[in-house]
Design a protein around this ligand. Structure first.
Ligand SMILES: [Cu+2]
Length: 321
């Protein structure tokens, strides 16, 4: 038996209408007020990648978020629909056993559908995750540049492998960061670069946001069964900030570094300068001295441009950036 209130012409609840209008307005404001371009919206907060690997990750991210938003929108719609349109009707009879909602459960076909469909969705997601992963983690046998990334509490050392980076005294060119100077990892564009990660103390993580990729830097990666190297190629010149993405102690937040991507000829010039001795100091050129000598404008800024050394005064109340 139906409640008396349920009979008669169905009235559209003003609440539903209002919620609909507010939601539509919120979406409109969100889309227009941010001033984001279409490309920016589709990146969903991710930076513009500077490597082909980063672009592949970003494509996967965009489609994953779209899929998640579709699922979210459907689930939210179901929640709001049940909350708004299944309220007790106005003027319904005094509560009694005959006015209770339909007491149903165990909809087997619906349950099978809501288990099978998410399983298929996760499988599709897994397929694209696995194919993207194999592309991003792919390694060429002969990388053009090999750099040892050594993390320590609390900074980085970038040591260049190969004959081109050999100084006359037989040592390899290396850049060590200090609390007063952000280390610059100078790299060539459009070359395959291999990063070999290792830590001298605790676990850190090598993260360049514009690579859309990070990897933990472990002490003893071999003993820890970690594949401690990865490769990529940077497709445009520029300065990109890098950060430590694994809590590593008191000064975890101040381990910023900078990747400086230069065209291959500028990079060769840089590396050559690094192997040469500075007549003023009698020591091999440092990263900043080599860049200053190159004098190629913003790209050859001798110091980091995306981040600055942190204030070593412990009573200061400013965060690093
Ligand atoms: Cu760290």
């Amino acid at each position: 038996m139906k409640g008396q209130g349920a009979v008669g012409k169905p009235e559209r609840t003003p609440v539903g209408k209002r919620v609909g209008r507010v939601a539509a307005l919120a979406v409109l404001v969100a889309l227009t007020a941010t001033g984001c371009s279409g490309d920016e919206i589709l990146r969903f907060g991710w930076p513009k990648g500077v490597t082909p690997q980063a672009d592949q990750m970003r494509t996967l991210w965009t489609w994953t978020v779209i899929a998640a938003l579709v699922v979210g929108a459907i689930v939210w719609a179901l929640i709001f629909w049940t909350a708004i349109f299944h309220r007790k009707k106005k003027g319904a009879a005094v509560e009694g056993p005959e006015d209770l909602p339909r007491q149903f459960q165990y909809n087997i076909p619906l349950e099978i559908f809501t288990v099978v469909l998410p399983t298929i969705m996760v499988c599709v997601l897994f397929f694209f995750t696995a194919t993207t992963e194999s592309k991003v983690l792919d390694k060429k046998p002969n990388p053009d540049v090999v750099v040892d990334v050594v993390a320590f509490q609390w900074n980085w050392e970038f040591k260049y492998e190969g004959d081109a980076a050999k100084r006359p005294d037989g040592t390899q060119v290396s850049t060590v960061g200090s609390s007063g100077e952000i280390p610059l990892l100078v790299l060539p564009t459009n070359k395959t670069i291999e990063y070999r990660l290792r830590s001298t103390d605790v676990i850190h993580s090598f993260w360049v946001p514009e690579f859309n990729f990070k990897r933990d830097v472990m002490p003893d990666p071999e003993k820890n069964n970690q594949d401690s190297s990865f490769q990529n190629s940077i497709d445009r010149e520029g300065s990109f900030v890098g950060r430590c993405a694994e809590l590593c102690g008191t000064y975890h937040s101040v381990m910023n570094f900078e990747v400086r991507a230069l065209s291959p000829d500028k990079y060769d010039q840089y590396l050559k300068l690094r192997t040469e001795t500075n007549p003023k100091t009698g020591k091999p050129n440092t990263a900043s001295e080599a860049l200053a000598a190159m004098n190629c404008g913003e790209l050859c800024s001798p110091y980091a441009v995306t981040t600055k050394p942190f204030n070593t005064d412990r009573t200061a109340r400013t965060a690093s950036n």
